[in-house]
Design a protein around this ligand. Structure first.
Ligand code: ADP
Ligand code: MG
Length: 695
């Protein structure tokens, strides 16, 4: 059958050399058809230029080495067993070390094997790589002798135990390509030329059998472009649809915003003025606003939300502000109320835990329009909450909510304008994909009166000095927050650690001061009471688990001490640091390091030297991947085969402008020349539409 006509859709078992047993293993790896196999891309390519000589090894560099196993075996050390192999490449030596998965490695590596090794070099009694990625090479995959580009495929246990090696995959793909009827392109010739793309068929050939590195690069570019293009096409389709949802234009300004504006104790920064204008311009339009306001902690998003709300109220509509936690909702309410009172805008708060009488009067006020601004938590989306005329919805820390809940709030009005805010600076490559259907405003400037927070990493031996310093600050009237991390389950819980620290600090170290404790398992009333005392300066030092992380605003707190700081991610540390430095007092962020790992050191070094939230977000993205910014479910949803959101910035932008231009020109992809693009999208990318931000 294969010899007759091989199509992209031909089942893999009909390819010469595959047969039923191997096709079963392949299908478990997600390879069912010829197309799947062609799109089973090598995870790396070996060629002369990408291989490092052992004599040129440097600490901390990530390298590929090709060499032979001189010796290998088990060793016993104090903490257990390890397996090591000594590699020689003719220029020098390298040790490979495994602490885990020894059984498998021991079986598969023998003296004399030729290996391609990949990993990060460190130095311990000579150069070594711990837990390297490695591939056994056979004669036809010798990059040094053949001078060609050798693909190395991701081979999992299933594939290996079915006897499938790099060589067999290459053979199957060769067999396919000899017989394949044709691989149609979905782009027109013009399109390819405009975007410097080689043919699809050429790319799918070269990714497996490139003549040289230049050819391979073009293939990689084309295939990455495809993935970004189709993802951005989904984004563009979604945005196009959203941008057409009609609504009530809020084209008046009304008296309230001006009343508040004139009473501000500070002048808005240029960035604040710019984003406020952007929001106001959106609200004037007869289509629904869909905007994400990004701004680092302390950049002043709240006042923007307040002024936008006052404008909305000036148009005789209601505003709902939703926050992810009760503490945050309370805090927002306080600030909103303060400003709303200036303009006598009726403002209320709705949270889960209130008396039913009180709740009823709020619900009545929302329904009959007597309440103009409502601040709240999830409680706002309960079924019986109805509005007279909801015109603007604002969601703070929007990535903490599920899509569904936002939709639920929006649906309480007739297409109300929608503004999301986030203090997590999201790298642009991520925001234009995950939030690609929204317009984005960025406050990229801090209020001028801020004195930068000094960040210092300290070791536990210096803690007594730190404690003395804290005492001095407290005697000057300032306050301090001490944060404990989540710890691994085998150790004591974060709660236990915080409770213990509370006891130690309150009894032994700060017996003369008031030391409070707050943690996630406390009842809401208890938490509120503690926060209240802290905000009234009746508590000098607040010990906390990470519940403190979200936007707490206590301007009088000038010291943030983070225990076991090496265990936190960068974004989280930056958020914590943002809790201080919110006034004209000099503030300090003290990071106590109790464990020393390369990654931990690197993170803390970045914290000491970087204050820009976007830079920190970029570093975090590089170190931990997109999961840092989004839930686990979302982080994996793109299933890219070759594209990479972290490193493909330039390709992504090119692909994005191409897809947006296409949708602008042909929103439903009805033109003849776009039919193949539409088909490919529907077959492989349709599912994305429900994953892009707005439900
Ligand atoms: P975030 O963006 O983290 O939500 P906030 O809105 O809470 O920041 O603002 C932090 C503090 O800065 C608040 O006390 C606020 O009143 C103040 N603030 C906001 N804008 C300015 C400004 N332009 N100049 C001075 N202070 C400002
Ligand atoms: Mg805030």
């Amino acid at each position: 059958m294969a010899s007759a006509a091989t199509q992209l859709t031909t089942p893999i078992q009909f390819i010469k050399g595959v047969g039923p047993a191997r096709s079963k293993a392949l299908s478990q790896a997600g390879i069912e058809t010829v197309e799947d196999l062609l799109y089973y891309f090598p995870r790396r390519h070996l060629d002369r230029t990408s291989i490092t000589d052992c004599k040129d090894l440097k600490r901390e560099s990530v390298v590929t080495i090709v060499g032979s196993v001189k010796s290998c075996g088990m060793r016993t050390i104090r903490r257990g067993k390890l397996f090591q192999a000594l590699i020689e490449d003719g220029t020098g030596f390298l040790t490979l070390t495994w602490f885990n998965g020894i059984g498998y490695v021991k079986k598969s590596i023998k003296v004399g094997d030729r290996l391609a090794i990949h990993g990060k070099v460190n130095f311990y009694q000579g150069f070594q790589i711990v837990h390297p990625e490695y591939d056994k090479l056979d004669i036809d995959s010798e990059p040094l002798s053949t001078g060609s580009v050798i693909p190395l495929y991701p081979l999992n246990q299933t594939l290996r135990s079915a006897g499938l090696a790099h060589r067999s995959l290459r053979k199957f793909i060769r067999n396919i390509q000899n017989k394949l009827v044709d691989i149609l392109d979905f782009y027109t010739e013009d399109f390819k030329q405009n975007h410097y793309l080689i043919d699809r068929k050429d790319a799918l050939n070269a990714i497996h059998f490139a003549k040289d590195v230049a050819h391979l690069k073009k293939a990689v570019y084309r295939l990455k472009f495809d993935e970004h293009f189709f993802l951005q096409l989904g984004v563009a389709i979604k945005k196009e649809t959203l941008d057409k949802i009609g609504t009530n234009p809020l084209n008046k300004t009304g008296p309230y915003a001006k009343l508040i504006y004139d009473q501000l104790a500070f002048e808005l920064t240029i960035a604040q003025k710019r984003v406020l204008k952007g929001i106001h311009d959106d609200m004037k339009k007869p289509v629904m606003m869909n905007r994400l306001l990004q701004g680092d902690v302390g950049s002043g998003k709240t006042i923007i939300a307040i002024l936008a709300s006052a404008i909305a109220v000036g148009n005789k509509v209601q505003v709902a502000i939703m926050a992810p936690t009760e503490i945050l909702a309370q805090q927002h309410y306080k600030v909103f109320k303060k400003y709303a009172d200036i303009a006598q805008i009726p403002t209320a708060i709705l949270v889960g835990n209130i008396k039913s009488k009180e709740r009823k009067s709020i619900l009545d006020g929302l329904k009959n329009g007597k309440i103009s601004i409502i601040v709240g938590t999830h409680a706002l989306i309960q079924k019986d909450v109805e509005f007279e005329k909801l015109g603007l919805v604002i969601v703070d820390e929007q990535h903490r909510f599920g899509v569904l809940q936002r939709g639920d709030l929006v649906s309480k009005g007739q297409n109300p304008h929608f503004l999301a805010m986030t203090a997590t600076p999201i790298p642009r490559t991520l925001s234009i994909t995950y939030y690609g259907d929204m317009d984005i405003s960025i406050i990229d400037e801090m209020p001028k009166n801020r004195i930068p927070v000094t960040t210092t990493v300290v070791q536990p031996t210096r803690l007594s000095k730190v404690y003395n310093f804290i005492k001095e600050e407290i005697n000057r009237g300032q306050q301090c927050i001490v944060v404990y991390p989540l710890v691994e389950e085998t150790e004591k819980s974060d709660l236990a650690a915080a409770v213990e620290a509370h006891q130690e600090l309150s009894e032994k170290i700060f017996p003369k001061h008031k030391v409070g404790l707050i943690h996630g398992r406390m009842k809401k009333e208890e938490k509120d009471k503690v926060m209240e005392s802290f905000s009234n300066n009746n508590i000098n030092i607040l010990i906390s688990t990470t519940v403190i992380e979200v936007g707490i605003d206590i301007p009088n707190a000038t010291i943030m001490l983070v225990e076991h700081a090496e265990r936190f991610g960068l974004t989280q540390l930056h958020q914590l640091r943002g809790r201080v430095g919110r006034s004209t007092h000099k503030s300090y962020c003290i990071l106590v390091q109790r464990n020393f790992t390369d990654l931990g050191n690197q993170r803390l070094y970045i914290m000491e030297n970087t204050y820009d939230g976007f830079k920190i977000a970029d570093e975090d993205l590089k170190m931990r991947g997109p999961g840092v910014f989004f839930g686990i479910k979302q982080s994996g949803f793109f299933n890219f085969k070759i594209a990479n959101l972290i490193s493909d910035g330039k390709i992504l932008r090119e692909a994005r402008s191409a897809s947006f231009a296409l949708i602008k020109d042909d929103p439903a992809l009805q033109k003849t020349e776009n039919v193949k693009i539409k088909q490919h999208f529907q077959k492989h990318y349709q599912y994305l539409l429900k994953n892009i931000s707005i439900g």
